[in-house]
Ligand binder design. Structure first.
Ligand code: FO1
Length: 335
């Protein structure tokens, strides 16, 4: 649903996201940024093989959200999907712990066949997203396999979906690694989007589970850090709690203070702007990056509906547009 037309000058916007939380901001941006100016780079560290199918939960979550067909209750999967395939698996004695709906299955089938035929994930998903009517460009962070692995105190190391879904993020996290990230390559599409970007936004996604895998793709962190444009992150932690999922629990388990300060610290060296929630106005964010002039702003970051998503997106666009009067913060070559 388009709201008002964009008043500030047209800018190329790149948004980095994980799943449900990030998809909300991506959706807010999609309401106010022309599709040809919007690129969403999506975490693929959550991707895994399941019953012979390649599942890309974060990508699909963003795609379904922008297509207006995401399940409104879960925030992932297809709205009003049926479960005949899962029921049939149970009749064979299987105990499927990952809920793949019947319509959702079509996405996994076509993705898996495309990969088997040697196509790149970027190309396959561009085709599927286009078929669903998504106008913005959605890009996997890389075409190469990267797997977020969780070292837990109780059960040793496990892959992300086991930790997140099978064990309902209850095990204690001791460490996280991004297997395959070292060998992954940045795609030409991601590189081109970053080169053209006038604004880069990190969604209110989990810094360790969703954004860090993206930043760990070789070249990614350096390229983003050296973009002479506003690079703004939103906190997923509000009033000591995660907006959704295990961000607060993991922060505590890794020994960090559960606050937006920790989120901003996680992005040190990469961002030059940070959005935190007005409910955390008392949290001291000054002196965060002593020598780097991190700009901060607070607002109501909760994005419950279409209107609040567009409102947060608009705030980021307007706030960062106002920086352009002051080029010093953006490097020598302001866009
Ligand atoms: N999350 C769950 O908590 N339980 C599920 O059974 C589940 C199935 C699922 C199927 C397709 C899909 O695209 C996403 C799915 N998710 C499920 C969400 C997903 O595991 C997480 O939201 C992300 O990986 C974390 O960002």
């Amino acid at each position: 649903m388009a709201l008002e037309p964009l008043l500030s000058p047209r800018r190329k916007v790149v948004v980095l996201v994980g799943g449900v939380g990030g998809a909300k901001l991506a959706h807010g941006m999609a309401q106010i940024v022309p599709p040809e100016d919007l690129t969403i780079i999506v975490n693929t560290g959550d991707d895994f093989w399941h019953y012979g199918l390649r599942i890309c939960p974060d990508f699909d979550t963003v795609m379904y959200t922008l297509a207006g067909m995401v399940d409104p209750v879960n925030g992932w999967g297809v709205a009003a999907d049926s479960t005949a395939m899962l029921d049939a698996l149970r009749r064979y004695g299987e105990q499927p712990w990952f809920r793949l709906g019947d319509r959702d299955l079509a996405t996994h089938l076509l993705r898996t066949i495309g990969l088997r035929d040697g196509q790149r994930l970027t190309e396959i998903m561009a085709r599927l997203a286009h078929s669903l009517g998504v106008g913005a460009t959605l890009l996997p962070m890389t075409d190469d396999p990267v797997a977020t692995m969780i070292l837990t105190a109780e059960r040793g190391e496990m892959d992300f979906q086991e930790y997140f879904v099978r064990f309902r993020w209850q095990p204690t996290v001791k460490a996280i690694r991004y297997a395959g990230a070292d060998a992954a390559q940045m795609t030409p599409e991601v590189r081109a989007a970053l080169v053209a970007a006038d604004l880069i936004v990190f969604g209110p996604s989990n810094p360790w589970l969703s954004i860090a895998p993206i930043l760990n793709v070789p070249e990614m962190r350096q390229r983003i850090a050296s973009c002479p444009v506003p690079r703004v992150a939103l906190t997923p932690i509000v009033q000591g709690q995660a907006l959704k999922g295990p961000a607060a629990k993991i922060a505590a388990e890794l020994g960090y203070e559960v606050s937006p300060r920790t989120v901003a610290e996680a992005y040190r060296g990469t961002i030059n702007g940070f959005v935190f929630d007005e409910r955390d106005a008392a949290v001291r964010l000054d002196n965060l990056y002593e020598f780097s002039d991190l700009r901060t702003i607070s607002c109501d970051t909760i994005m419950q509906d279409d209107v609040s998503r567009a409102r947060v997106a608009r705030l980021i666009l307007d706030w960062t547009a106002s920086w352009e009067a002051d080029h010093e913060h953006l490097g020598d070559h302001p866009r």
